[in-house]
Design a protein around this ligand. Structure first.
Ligand code: ATP
Length: 235
């Protein structure tokens, strides 16, 4: 579904991504792990069109995303949950979901999608008239995911969904991500520092260091890999 080939991304003189290649197959959950500054967020931003790569190719279902205008990328079925749960703090939970549905023109469909989200994340239903700033960190992350799901994406990009959250909440978020993947058939590409939980929930994994991919294997194999265990699982 998503195929990245020989991608380079620069910030001025700084080469943040140095020729990476990887793929996310239809129906999978794929995780990219790496330490601070490895280039994970830069990779995400290149895929979602926020950053223009210096060179290389990003194909979504055979369409070159680097040549596709940003507004079209969402309509191609790609949605991103950015790092840091950027919900609209002064808008209510329900208004945030409306923002995620900006592409949909059909009011009945928007209403139905919102009801689906309130069923899937009951806490958001209970808080729907509440301003988002008053939600807990975990609830805001659920809202950020729900907002992305409003556009019915086929590919969901998640940038560090566990950042700054208690382990139990991170676990809950990953179990929701697995459900979204299995039941709604949404393919997921996730960047995460909490490598153990992310790999446990994934089919495939890539390890990134200093802007290059240094390891790729099935997620379960990476969990057993000595190098990964020492560097990313604190063993
Ligand atoms: P973290 O886990 O800490 O978020 P990351 O793996 O997501 O790290 P990136 O944020 O992609 O890493 O950063 C990759 C490299 O690019 C780092 O060396 C970083 O300092 C650099 N970088 C990121 N954003 C910019 C920017 N706007 N201008 C210049 N350099 C940047």
């Amino acid at each position: 579904m998503l195929e990245i080939k020989d991608l380079y991304v620069r910030y001025g003189m700084i080469e943040a991504i140095k020729g990476i290649s990887f793929e996310v197959r239809d129906g999978e959950i794929v995780t990219l792990i790496g330490s601070n500054g490895a280039g994970k967020t830069t990779t995400m931003h290149a895929i979602s069109g926020l950053l223009k790569p210096a060179s290389g190719s990003i194909m979504l279902d055979g369409v070159e995303l680097t040549k596709t205008p940003n507004h079209k990328i969402v309509s191609m079925g790609l949605a991103q949950v950015p790092e840091g749960r950027r919900v609209f703090a002064d808008l209510t939970v329900e208004e945030n979901l409306d923002m995620g549905a900006f592409m949909l023109k059909d009011d009945a469909l928007i209403k139905r999608k919102k009801e689906e989200m309130f069923d899937f994340f009951p806490i958001l239903g209970q808080r729907k008239k509440q301003k988002s700033r008053s939600l807990s960190g975990g609830e805001q992350q659920m809202l950020a995911v729900a907002r992305a799901l409003m556009s019915s994406p086929r590919l969901l990009l998640l940038d560090e969904p566990g950042l700054g959250l208690a382990p139990l909440i991170v676990q809950e978020i990953f179990s929701k991500i697995k459900l979204i993947n299995k039941e709604d058939k949404v393919t997921v590409f996730v960047v995460e520092q909490n490598a153990r939980l992310a790999l446990k929930s994934s089919d495939d994994g890539y390890v990134m260091e200093n802007g290059v991919i240094v390891l790729h294997d099935e997620a379960q194999a990476l969990l057993k890999n000595q190098k990964v265990r020492a560097a990313y699982l604190g063993e």
